[in-house]
Design a protein around this ligand. Structure first.
Ligand code: FAD
Length: 402
C-alpha cells in the first residue's frame, strides 16, 4: 500500500488521536450504538484533552480549530489547522464516527464560528459547543430554499421556522441557525445566527432514530418568536452583500474535507479488520503481484484499498489547500464525493468479503456499513458534490446547471 508520511509536526497529534480511538472509542463503540440517545459521558474528559491538544499544538485538533488561512506565507507549503484536524478526525473515526460526532465543542457550528465569526464573537462564543441548523422540511440539498425568517426588532432578531436533522442539536450549547432576512431577496438574504440552546423560543420537537451513527443525537426544532441579540448574526447583515451567502457556503470548503476525513477513517477501520479476517482465513495479499494473479478475495481487497488511498489523498489535498489560502471548492467537493462513496462501497464490500462474520454483531463491520451511509449524505450528498464539481469544471453557474 502507498503510505505517504504525514508531516512530522502532526505525528504526536495523530498518535494521540489513535490512542484515544483505540482505548476509549472502540471499547464503547457497540455500547452507544445500542443505547441510542444516551449521552456518552466518557467523552467529557476527552473533550478537555482535545482542547488541550489544540492549545498545545497551536493548531486545531478538532472542528473548532478550522480557520481558513488568508494567504500563503511565502514558503509555498504550510501545514496548518485544516490538515491537523483532518488527520485527527481520520484517527478518531477509525475508532468510531458516531462518538466523534458527539464530542463536545467539535460540532459543525464550531467550524462555522471559527471560519466567519468576528473577533468579538469568537471571544463570546468560542470554546462552546455549537451545532449547525440549515436543513428544513422543504430545504435540504437546496439550502437557498430555506423558509426560516429573521426579522429585526429593536436590538434583537426574531427567528421563526422549523429546523430538522440537527446533529448534536440536543446536546450542544449553541445552535448556528440559518434564516432569511427577507425571503423575497433569495439567497443574498440568508444569514446565520447563533442561538443559545436554552433560548425559550427554541423548542425541541423530537430526536431521530437512525440507521447508523446512533451515538450521535439528531434533533428537530421549532423556532417560535425566538429572540437573539443583533450581535448574534455571523458576518455582514447587508442583504446586498454579495459575499453573504457565498461566504456562508465557503464554510463548506473547510468542512467538507472534515466529513471526507470521517469517511476515510471508517474506510480504514473496515479495511484493516477485513485484512485481519482474511489473513486468519488464509487469504494472502501479495502487493508485488498483479491483482489478477491473486485469489478473488485478495484482488477485491486490493481494489478497495486503492479506492481508499485515492480518497485519503484527495482529502489531505483539499485540507492542505485551505491551509495555504488556495481556493479549494472543487477539491473539497471531489474529496467529499470520493471519500463518501468509497466509504459506503468499501464498508459493504468488507461485509461481503467476510460473509457471516461481516454481518453479525460480534464484529463491528456491520456497524461500520450502517455508519458509512450518512457520510455520503450530510454536508452535501454525493449527487450535490458531483453537481458542484461539474459546475466548476464546465464553468457553469448554479442557475445554469442544477
Ligand atoms: C443523521 C443526519 C444528520 C444530519 N445533520 C445535519 C446537521 O447537523 N445540520 C443540517 O443542517 N443538516 C443536517 N442533516 C441534513 C442533511 O444535510 C440533508 O439530509 C442533506 O443535505 C440532503 O437533504 P434532504 O435530506 O432534504 O434530501 P433532498 O435534498 O430532498 O435530496 C433527496 C435526493 O435527491 C438528490 N438530489 C437533490 N437535488 C439534486 C440535484 N439538483 N441533482 C441531482 N440529485 C439531487 C439528493 O442527492 C438525494 O439523493 C443531517 C441529516 C442526517 C440524515
Amino acid at each position: 500500500m502507498i503510505n505517504l508520511e504525514i508531516p512530522k509536526k502532526f505525528k504526536p497529534l495523530a498518535s494521540q488521536a489513535n490512542q484515544v480511538a483505540t482505548e476509549v472509542f472502540r471499547p464503547i463503540s457497540r455500547k452507544y450504538d445500542e443505547a441510542e440517545h444516551s449521552y456518552p459521558k466518557e467523552l467529557d474528559m476527552l473533550a478537555s484533552l482535545i482542547d488541550g491538544m489544540s492549545e498545545g499544538s497551536g493548531s486545531g485538533a478538532g472542528a473548532a480549530g478550522v480557520r481558513r488561512e488568508s494567504s500563503n506565507d511565502g514558503d509555498g507549503n504550510r501545514n496548518g489547522s485544516n490538515l491537523s484536524t483532518v488527520l485527527g478526525i481520520v484517527e478518531l473515526c477509525w475508532g468510531d464516527v458516531g462518538l466523534l460526532l458527539s464530542m463536545p465543542r467539535q460540532g459543525l457550528g464550531n467550524s462555522a464560528i471559527a471560519s466567519v465569526a468576528s473577533e468579538e464573537q469568537l471571544e463570546r462564543y468560542g470554546g462552546r459547543w455549537a451545532a449547525m441548523a440549515i436543513t428544513e422540511p422543504e430545504a435540504g440539498s437546496d439550502s437557498a430554499a430555506i423558509r426560516t425568517t429573521a426579522k429585526l426588532d429593536g436590538d434583537e432578531y426574531v427567528l421563526n421556522g422549523e429546523k430538522i436533522f440537527v446533529t448534536s442539536g440536543d446536546r450542544a450549547e449553541l445552535i448556528v441557525v440559518w434564516a432569511s432576512l427577507d425571503p423575497s431577496k433569495g439567497r443574498a438574504a440568508i444569514k446565520s445566527f447563533i442561538v443559545e440552546r436554552d433560548n425559550p423560543g427554541l423548542k425541541l420537537d423530537r430526536l431521530e432514530h437512525k440507521l447508523g451513527i446512533r451515538a450521535s443525537d439528531t434533533a428537530n426544532f421549532t423556532l417560535q418568536d425566538c429572540r437573539v441579540p443583533k450581535e448574534a448574526l455571523l458576518g455582514s447583515s447587508e442583504v446586498e452583500d454579495k459575499q453573504g451567502f457565498g461566504g456562508a457556503m465557503q464554510t463548506f470548503d473547510n468542512t467538507r474535507p472534515l466529513v471526507a476525513a470521517m469517511a476515510v477513517g471508517v474506510t480504514r477501520a473496515a479495511l484493516e479488520r477485513t485484512g485481519e479476517l482474511l489473513a486468519e482465513a488464509g487469504v494472502e495479499i501479495d502487493y508485488a503481484a498483479p491483482a489478477l494473479c491473486q485469489p478473488a478475495a485478495a484482488a477485491r481487497y486490493l481494489e478497495m484499498e486503492a479506492d481508499y488511498e485515492a480518497a485519503r489523498l484527495q482529502t489531505l489535498h483539499a485540507a492542505w489547500m485551505a491551509d495555504n489560502g488556495k481556493p479549494n471548492s472543487l477539491q473539497a467537493s471531489m474529496a467529499k464525493a470520493k471519500a463518501g462513496r468509497t466509504c459506503v462501497e468499501v464498508a459493504l464490500g468488507c461485509v461481503e468479503l467476510c460473509g457471516a462474520a461481516g454481518y453479525g454483531e460480534d464484529e463491528l463491520l456491520e456497524k461500520w456499513a450502517r455508519d458509512a451511509k450518512i457520510l455520503d449524505i450530510f454536508e452535501g450528498t454525493q449527487q450535490i458534490q458531483l453537481l458542484i464539481v461539474a459546475r466548476q469544471l464546465l464553468g457553469k453557474s448554479s442557475a445554469e446547471l442544477r
